[in-house]
Design a protein around this ligand. Structure first.
Ligand SMILES: Cc1cc2nc3c(=O)[nH]c(=O)nc-3n(C[C@H](O)[C@H](O)[C@H](O)COP(=O)(O)O)c2cc1C
Length: 172
């Protein structure tokens, strides 16, 4: 079983989750940034990590995801919103829709701190679409603590489960 982990990360949150995920893969599993991603053709199992941009996987991750066909795939990602929010569910659905023609083993999402420059820019833009409500403030504050140790453990558990299900199918 040849495995590969490819992640896209602008500010390091998703990279950190990718490194945690690597811990549960066989030692030979390669971990590479999306900019250096190899041709996925020769791998059996591929974990793909993205950061959420405008409600879906970021462009670089999306381009890689669309190049993957006929594989066992596990998806992971980080976002500013709560992972159990409707927004997060929509992100997962969008990610899944990009993986048609693959066997998606599972998905993992957790919060990730939002780039302070982006927050500053959004605060400056008087926006009806993104008013600074108390709820939003609390969410941004919570995101500042993530990904944390519990997120890394949860990501490892999610991927360990996916790999175990493969082993049970006789692909391990
Ligand atoms: C340009 C931009 C757009 C973003 N769009 C969303 C979004 O639509 N929904 C969301 O929950 N978080 C959004 N975020 C937050 C990021 O997904 C989050 O901070 C993520 O953890 C960044 O990951 P990285 O450190 O691996 O780059 C956005 C961040 C940036 C910079």
């Amino acid at each position: 079983m040849k495995s590969l982990i490819v992640y896209s990360s602008r500010t390091g949150n998703t990279r950190a989750v990718a490194e945690a995920v690597q811990e549960v893969f066989p030692p030979a599993c390669e971990l590479v940034a999306v900019e250096e991603a190899p041709d996925p053709g020769s791998y059996d199992v591929i974990a793909i990590g993205y950061w959420v941009d405008k409600g879906g996987p970021d462009k670089k991750a999306a381009a890689f995801m669309e190049s993957v066909k006929g594989k066992k795939v596990g998806l992971f990602g980080t976002l500013g919103a709560y992972p159990d929010s409707d927004h997060a569910h929509e992100c997962r659905a969008r990610a899944l829709s990009m993986m048609a023609g693959n066997d998606v083993l599972g998905q993992f999402l957790c919060q990730g701190k939002v780039d302070p420059k982006v927050l500053e820019m959004m605060a400056k833009m008087a926006s009806d679409q993104h008013p600074m409500t108390e709820e939003r403030k609390a969410r941004i504050e919570e995101a500042k603590k993530h990904p944390d140790k519990a997120d890394f453990e949860a990501a490892k558990k999610a991927f360990a489960g996916m790999l175990e299900s493969l082993a049970l199918q006789g692909n391990g």
